[in-house]
Design a protein around this ligand. Sequence first.
Ligand code: URA
Ligand code: CA
Length: 433
Amino acid sequence: MRMVDLIEKKRDGKALTTEEIQFIINGFTDGSIPDYQMSAWSMAVYFKGMNEQERADLTMAMVESGDQIDLSMIEGIKVDKHSTGGVGDTTTLVLGPLVAAVGVPVAKMSGRGLGHTGGTIDKLESVKGFHVEIENDEFIRLVNKNKIAVIGQSGNLTPADKKLYALRDVTGTVNSIGLIAGSIMSKKIAAGADAIVLDVKTGAGAFMKTLEDSEELAHAMVSIGNNVGRNTMAVISDMSQPLGYAIGNALEVKEAIDTLKGEGPEDLTELSLTLGSHMVYLAKKASSLEEARTLLENAIKDGSALNSFKIFLEAQGGDGSVVDQPEKLPQAAHTFELEAKEDGYVSEIIADEVGTAAMLLGAGRATKESEIDLAVGLVLRKKIGETVAKGESLVTIYSNFEDVSKVKEKLYESIAISKEKIEKPTLIYKEIM
Ligand code: URA
Ligand code: CA
């Protein structure tokens, strides 16, 4: 096989075979196919697309390019949740203990990552003593015992995706539905998921800005999963404004605790119950979505969801008493209120910009080396559609700096108030199975 022939075949809009796609991914991973040919191929895919079979083949070739996590020692169906990313998205912290409480095994491998706040591990590390540096055997033992454990990323997962994503980034080929779907799904499958629940965000603060694009991506990922033997479904949810109220590490842990107690923000609670119901259903712990939801609602009511969080934290060295005394989490030295400059309805809270304001406080990492401040961040006091009076607080700023003028400026730019009545945005647009 010659790469140039495969580039031409795709350029002319023909479908590639399983063997041809394996040849491309293997050759690119081992370096025998140079970047310039891979770039040309990616651009051909960008313009001509891939059919369902090609997308599944690409995904599996990338899965097989590196290590695959073996979770077969864990009893039950391992369901993973993946979000395409948003601002202040506390759902992972809520969902893990929540579904574990009803018997779904949560074997999470997680990273730190760049962004407006830290990743799931950073957030959890705001609980004193909690750590993810555990051996594989211990990880498996904990999931079997408590139904939930988190381990730091290790091994060489999907090296082909790493290399290809970096190349796409500089060749104008990131925004191809087939390539994005393959990239995301390959990572989930290599991490050992039997079934996958996807939270595809849509709106100004999301990777996919329009409902149409979000739906197309969701369909692409669901069909890849189902084509390679992993039960997969997707929820399309709103990211026109941040989810919940808190954006920050310790602040989101506190928000997760509130939500597990049944006292969390309405949108975060609803999205967690929706995603959680699908996880419980795919794990075959309930025979319908309604039954799954009732199980989860009961776990919140009877305290078992909160208790599952406590047990999980303690099993990995953390101080579990934070679930009863969240004031033990890192606290910022100062708080400031962002006061509304006029009366009206909150009409816009640009998620990306609010995220940037949280980063200015030190809640996130700009580069791999940056230190993050676990205590700082933002808590929204108003969401889109709510009324506000002049002088009322729109946001509480938790800071370890005394001067937050730049943060306030950024927040004023990102929150709009209108005289006309504004409806609350839809939270869940679609469920795709
Ligand atoms: N996120 C990924 O992991 N891969 C993509 O290609 C795009 C977003
Ligand atoms: Ca939040």
